[in-house]
Design a protein around this ligand. Sequence first.
Ligand SMILES: Nc1ncnc2c1ncn2[C@@H]1O[C@H](COP(=O)(O)OP(=O)(O)OP(=O)(O)O)[C@@H](O)[C@H]1O
Ligand SMILES: Nc1nc2c(ncn2[C@@H]2O[C@H](COP(=O)(O)O)[C@@H](O)[C@H]2O)c(=O)[nH]1
Length: 197
Amino acid sequence: MMKNNKVFVITGATGVGKTTIARYLQDTYRMPRVLTHTTRPPREREEDGIAYYFETDNSFEKNHYLERVQYAGYKYGSSYEALERAWGKSPYATIVLDTAGAITYSQELGEQAVIIFVTVTHPDMLIDRVQVRGDDPLVVEQRIASPEFLRDVTLPKELKNVAYELANDDWAKTKVRLDLLVNDIMSGRSLPKKGKM
Ligand SMILES: Nc1ncnc2c1ncn2[C@@H]1O[C@H](COP(=O)(O)OP(=O)(O)OP(=O)(O)O)[C@@H](O)[C@H]1O
Ligand SMILES: Nc1nc2c(ncn2[C@@H]2O[C@H](COP(=O)(O)O)[C@@H](O)[C@H]2O)c(=O)[nH]1
């Protein structure tokens, strides 16, 4: 692994804005996204090889995973190959993971993984956000009731003093905070203090 490279790991509960943040980092800083694999069916407008590598139960098992999890009844995994592919394009990449995956990334990659734990002040807002996104109400209901969703609303103890904690209530403020963090990290100065941004 190229040891000066970094991967921004965007983690947190469903609907909190992880994909939106990864897209902003891609558009603004040309950070390629590390695509992950899942057995979940695609949502409307999600394309294979762009949102995810969509897999069957069978094909999912054929990849080499740095980490893999079960989330709300489906398998998800991130492969070494996809990380190397992203780092082949830029020394700074992004990946969107649940908190279990973020913990593994932190343990495996140390300071090469810049963990951003995303929250909203009122978790009730998340239901509105995913409904606006167009998710099927039944799927939203199942997702919100899953143990993984409930777990990911709160910062896990393993990520305390490891993650940057970013409240994404107001998108304009989120962008300012992201810009400060990214510029600090890209400048190569000592790492900004972990915790609330
Ligand atoms: N700060 C914000 N204010 C209002 N809406 C937002 C904000 N950030 C993101 N959104 C919207 O919330 C919805 C969910 O965002 P996004 O898809 O990025 O969440 P996610 O964390 O990636 O969700 P999931 O884990 O379920 O894929 C989207 O419609 C997005 O446009
Ligand atoms: N640990 C991992 N988590 C992953 C991976 N790919 C996505 N995710 C996370 O799963 C949930 C559900 O995703 P959704 O697209 O179905 O809403 C979310 O928190 C994602 O960030 C992975 O490879 N490993």
